[in-house]
Design a protein around this ligand. Structure first.
Ligand SMILES: NC(=O)c1ccc[n+]([C@@H]2O[C@H](COP(=O)([O-])OP(=O)(O)OC[C@H]3O[C@@H](n4cnc5c(N)ncnc54)[C@H](OP(=O)(O)O)[C@@H]3O)[C@@H](O)[C@H]2O)c1
Length: 341
């Protein structure tokens, strides 16, 4: 029997939180590589907030996914057919593919290759030891410019980026404070990851006052994963020469109408503070050293990440929504190979 390629495609552009009807599951032939190309059988499909922007008419830092095309996504795959000597059959790698059983790729899509004999659970390469871990480390160092003893505040702190940035912040000697949705997530941050304090943003009527309570000496570095009202609250609490790392704005990704910006941007001038967007490809030279440091911390037991590994590929739209209702319990992904470890 000929193998088929199951692919989740974008049926229409979502308005607000994506619905099932925005996607379609189609079956296509398994692709065949042309000169310089190779085909992966996908083992893990990543489910990321940034994909929401790729579904919009204007895209974000990636061009929009064309209607009817497979939903672009990070994948961990194994090469099964190749016309590129650098990516032989059997090579495992992390690349930008799509929510599909198989991906047709070229070298430009590959973020990293995986060592043949690695002893690390595969999902870790889509969280701590992939683009996410690298982004947390590089953004914190290059834009956050941390100095021991400073206060680092992280929004979306219980998520993948937030937990990694928070642990690295502690390794760098920072006082780490975070916000997350719900008491259970806040307890996890304080009791298991050593956050000095937390804010359950869903339970606070006045976010700026809540930040003043947990950061009485002000905020020196803000690692922003959410944008929206939290950014405004942080701007009311920044210290002189504070650095704001704009890593993501998930609170705004499903907005139908553009929302007004923070009313207090002026505080950047008052505090001679900075705000800078971060995107990993701008720091290509930092990636390999960052991966080495992350793996060393991981092997030493000093740093880890939680993964939320699903297996129900046929429910991809609902899995994607978990990012926006906060029910994911770690780096969200779908495993296709049925294996563990
Ligand atoms: N710049 C880069 O290179 C880069 C790379 C990767 C990710 N990112 C960005 O980093 C952020 C976090 O991504 P992640 O992969 O680590 O996802 P994640 O935090 O593991 O999962 C998303 C979390 O966002 C929170 N959230 C959802 N809607 C929210 C809202 N309206 N207000 C506040 N929090 C909300 C939810 O947690 P709660 O229960 O706490 O609400 C949810 O669990 C995203 O903005 C993403 O786009 C940037």
């Amino acid at each position: 029997m000929t193998a088929l390629n199951r692919q989740w495609t974008l049926a229409r552009r979502p308005r607000g939180v994506p619905t099932d009807a925005d996607f379609a599951l189609v079956h296509s032939p398994v692709p065949v590589p042309g000169e310089g190309e190779f085909v992966t059988r996908n083992l893990i499909l990543s489910v990321d907030p940034a994909q929401r922007g790729w579904m919009d008419e204007g895209g974000n830092y990636f061009p929009p996914i064309p209607l009817g095309a497979p939903v672009s996504a990070g994948i961990i795959g194994e090469v099964i057919a190749s016309r590129n000597d650098d990516f032989p059959v059997g090579q495992r790698l992390y690349a930008i593919g799509s929510w599909s059983d198989y991906s047709l790729l070229g070298a430009g899509f590959v973020f990293r290759t995986l060592p043949a004999d690695h002893d690390i659970p595969l999902p870790k390469f889509n969280s701590l030891l992939g683009g996410m871990g690298c982004s947390a480390l590089i953004a914190l160092e290059e834009i956050g410019k941390p100095k021991a003893g400073e206060t680092l505040f992280i929004s979306g702190a219980a998520g993948n980026m937030g937990t990694i940035a928070g642990q690295i912040g502690r390794l760098m000697g920072l006082r780490v404070v975070g916000s997350a949705g719900g008491a259970a997530k806040c307890r996890y941050l304080e009791q298991e990851l050593g956050f000095a304090a937390t804010v359950d943003y869903k339970a606070e009527a006045d976010l700026a006052a809540a930040l003043k309570r947990v950061c009485p000496e002000g905020i020196d570095i803000y690692y922003d994963n959410v944008g929206g009202p939290m950014l405004e609250a942080v701007l009311d609490n920044i210290n002189l020469h504070a650095r704001i790392v704009m890593n993501g704005s998930i609170a705004e990704y499903n907005d139908i109408d553009p929302r007004p910006g923070p009313r207090n941007l002026w505080n950047l001038l008052v505090k001679r503070a900075s705000i800078e967007g971060f995107l990993l490809p701008d720091f290509a030279a930092n990636i390999d050293p960052a991966l080495e440091r992350l793996e060393a911390w991981y092997r030493a037991g000093a740093l880890d990440a939680r993964e939320d590994v699903r297996t129900d590929f046929e429910n991809m739209p609902a899995i994607f929504r978990a990012l926006f209702d906060g029910t994911n319990t770690g780096k969200l992904m779908v495993r296709l190979d049925g294996a563990s470890g």
